[in-house]
Design a protein around this ligand. Structure first.
Ligand code: B12
Length: 497
C-alpha cells in the first residue's frame, strides 16, 4: 500500500488532536468574550471540534475535500436543530483552520486547509440537506416539558428528535452520510419509526418491547448489507438527541429503554432460525407447502392442502402447523432480504385464498350459543391472526364476526354491542399498535352495552411481554388461536360458576 502525503497529514491531525482541540477552543473562547452567549458550553464545543478533526482526517485519507463539505452540511443541520446558528460552525472551522496553520508544517497544513475551505463553501450553500429533512425540524418546537409523561413528551418531540438523531448520527459516523446518498431520507423514516416504537415501550414501561424491535431492525438492516455498528450508532445518537430535546426527568425512561436495547444488540449476533422444520408436526407438509408458494405454484399449494384434508388431517392442525409457521417463515425470509415484498404479498394472498376454500369445514361444528367479535386494531394491517382466532372459535361452535384489519375502536364497540358478543378478541402485531389496543379496551369498559364482554388480546407484543394484557386492562391473552378458545371457555365457566 502506498502511503501518501494526505495519509501522513491525516495521521498527524489525529496525533495532534488534543492540542488542536485546545487551541481552537481557546480561540473561540477568546472571540466569545466579546459576544457572550453565542455558545456558552465550551466543553461541548471542544468535543465537536474533536469530531471535526476526525472527519477532516478521514476526508484526507479516503473521501476527499468535497465530502468533508457534506459532513459540514449534516453537522450544521444538527446544530441548527438545537438552536446553534450555522455561523457557529463556520467560526469553529475558522478556529480549527488557524490552529492547524500554527501546528502543522505548511505543505500538510495546505492539504487540510483545502478540505476546510470546501466545508466553509458548503456551509454557504443552501439547502444543506434535503428539503424534507429540513422541513422536519420545526422552527418552534413544542414544549415537551409540559407533557404529563415521558412517552407523551417523546411523542410530542418526535418531529424534532428524529431529524436531530439522524444529523447527530451522521456527524459521528460521516461515512454513513456519504454511503447513504439518496437513502438519507429513508434513514429519517427509520428514525421516526424508532421513536414511535420507543414511545410505545415507554408508555407501558416495557423495555423488552423496544429491545425486541431493535433486534428485529438489526437483523433486517444487516441482511441489507449494512454494518451492524450503524444501528448501534444511530440508537446512541437517538439517546443523545432525546437528552437534548427533553428535560432530564422525562428523558430518563426513554434513555434507559435505549440502553437496555443497545446492551442486547452489542452482546452478540442475533440468530433467526427457520420457522418451518421437517421434524415438527406436519413438518413435511409445511416444507412442501412453503416450497409451492415460493415457486409461485398456487395450484400445487392448494392440491397439497386438499389431499391432506382428504387424508383426514384436522383443519385445525393445518392452520397451526402449516399456515402459521409458513406465514412466519415468509416474514423471516423477507426480513433476511431473501424474498421481495411482492413475493410475500403473493404467498399471503395464496394462503388467504386457500383458507377460504376450507370454510365449509370450518363452519360445520355443533353450535355453542356463544358469540365472538374478532378484529385487528386500528392501524394494524395484519388480519390473519384475528382471522385464525375467529376460525378456531367458529370450529368450536361459536358464531363469529370477524372484522378484518385496522378497525376504529368505536366501530368495534358498536359491533360488539349489536352482535351481543360474549368475547371480543383484539389482535396487535407491532408495539405501535398497543396504543389502539388501549383505546379499544377503554371504549369497551366505558360502554354500558359491553359490561359483560370478555376482552382478550393477542399477537406478537403479548408474546414478548407476558403480563402486558393485564397492564392494558384486558381479561386475558393467549399465544395461539387454540389457546384463545380454551381461555375464553375457562373464563366464562368461572364467571357463570
Ligand atoms: C403478511 C404480513 C404482512 C401483510 C399483512 C397482510 C394481511 N392481509 O394480513 C402486510 C404487507 C400488510 C404487512 C405489513 C407490515 N408488516 Co408484516 N408481516 C406479515 C407476515 C409475513 C405474516 C403475518 C401473518 O399472517 N401471520 C400469521 C398469523 C396466524 O400469526 P399471528 O398474527 O402471530 O397470530 C397468531 C398469534 O399471534 C395469536 N393471536 C393473534 N391475534 C390474537 C388475538 C387474540 C385475542 C389472541 C388471544 C391471540 C392472537 O394467535 C394467532 C394464531 O395462532 C408477518 C410475519 C410474522 N411473523 O407474523 C410479518 C410481520 C409481522 N410484519 C412486519 C412488519 C415490519 C411489517 C411492516 C411494518 C412493514 C413495512 N415496513 O411496511 C408493515 C406494518 C403494517 C401495519 N401498519 O400493521 C414484521 C414485524 C416485525 C416487528 N417485530 O416489528 C414481521 C414479523 C415480518 C418480519 N419477520 O420482519 N405485513
Amino acid at each position: 500500500m502506498v502511503i501518501t502525503e494526505r495519509d501522513r497529514t491525516a495521521d498527524e491531525l489525529l496525533d495532534l488532536r488534543e492540542s488542536l482541540m485546545d487551541a481552537a477552543t481557546g480561540r473561540l473562547a477568546a472571540a466569545a468574550r466579546g459576544a457572550p452567549g453565542e455558545r456558552g458550553d465550551l466543553a461541548r464545543c471542544r468535543e465537536d471540534i474533536g469530531a471535526h478533526i476526525d472527519a477532516l482526517s478521514a476526508a484526507l485519507r479516503a473521501w476527499g475535500a468535497e465530502q468533508f463539505g457534506e459532513y459540514c452540511a449534516f453537522t450544521a443541520v444538527f446544530l441548527e436543530g438545537i438552536g446553534v446558528p450555522r455561523s457557529a460552525l463556520g467560526a469553529a472551522l475558522d478556529a480549527l483552520s488557524e490552529a492547524i496553520g500554527e501546528q502543522l508544517a505548511s505543505a500538510r497544513s495546505a492539504l487540510a486547509q483545502e478540505a476546510l475551505a470546501a466545508g466553509r463553501r458548503r456551509l454557504d450553500a443552501s439547502p444543506l440537506v434535503t428539503p424534507a429533512a429540513l422541513a422536519a425540524i420545526p422552527a418552534e418546537p413544542g414544549a415537551p416539558g409540559d407533557a404529563g409523561s415521558a412517552a407523551e413528551a417523546l411523542a410530542r418531540s418526535a418531529p424534532r428528535v428524529a431529524p436531530l438523531s439522524v444529523a447527530l448520527g451522521y456527524m459521528r459516523r460521516p461515512e454513513d452520510a456519504l454511503a447513504h446518498g439518496w437513502r438519507r431520507s429513508r434513514c429519517l423514516e427509520d428514525a421516526r419509526r424508532h421513536v414511535t416504537q420507543l414511545a410505545a415501550a415507554v408508555e407501558l414501561e416495557a423495555p423488552a418491547l423496544f429491545s425486541d424491535y431493535a433486534e428485529w431492525a438489526q437483523t433486517l438492516l444487516t441482511s441489507f448489507g449494512l454494518d451492524p455498528a450503524e444501528l448501534v450508532g444511530h440508537l446512541g445518537a437517538l439517546g443523545d438527541a432525546i437528552a437534548i430535546a427533553l428535560p432530564e426527568h422525562l428523558a430518563e425512561a426513554p434513555r434507559r429503554h435505549l440502553a437496555a436495547a443497545l446492551e442486547r444488540l452489542t452482546s452478540g449476533h442475533v440468530e433467526l432460525p427457520s420457522f418451518v422444520q421437517l421434524e415438527a408436526p406436519l413438518g413435511p407438509l409445511a416444507c412442501d407447502y412453503l416450497d409451492a408458494l415460493l415457486q409461485g405454484n398456487r395450484g400445487r399449494a392448494l392440491r397439497l392442502i386438499r389431499e391432506a384434508v382428504e387424508a383426514g388431517t384436522p383443519v385445525k392442525d393445518i392452520y397451526a402447523h402449516v399456515f402459521q409457521p409458513v406465514q412466519y417463515e415468509i416474514g423471516r425470509l423477507w426480513q433476511l432480504h431473501q424474498i421481495s415484498i411482492a413475493e410475500e404479498h403473493y404467498c399471503t394472498a395464496v394462503t388467504q385464498t386457500i383458507l377460504s376454500q376450507l370454510y365449509p369445514l370450518v363452519f360445520n361444528a355443533q353450535r355453542a350459543e356463544r358469540r365472538l367479535v374478532a378484529t385487528s386494531v386500528d392501524g394494524n394491517l395484519h388480519e390473519i391472526g384475528a382471522r385464525f382466532v375467529a376460525d378456531f372459535f367458529e370450529m368450536a361452535g361459536w358464531d363469529t364476526f370477524y372484522l378484518g384489519a385496522s378497525t376504529p375502536a368505536q366501530d368495534v364497540i358498536d359491533e360488539v354491542a349489536r352482535r351481543q358478543a360474549d368475547v371480543l378478541a383484539v389482535s396487535a402485531t407491532l408495539g405501535e399498535h398497543l396504543h389502539s389496543v388501549n383505546e379499544v379496551i377503554a371504549a369497551a369498559r366505558d360502554d354500558g352495552r359491553c359490561r359483560n364482554v370478555l376482552v382478550l388480546v393477542g399477537g406478537q407484543p403479548f408474546r414478548v411481554v407476558h403480563d402486558l394484557w393485564r397492564q392494558l386492562g384486558a381479561d386475558g391473552s393467549a399465544p395461539t388461536a387454540e389457546g384463545a378458545v380454551h381461555l375464553a371457555q375457562e373464563l366464562l365457566a368461572v364467571r357463570s360458576a
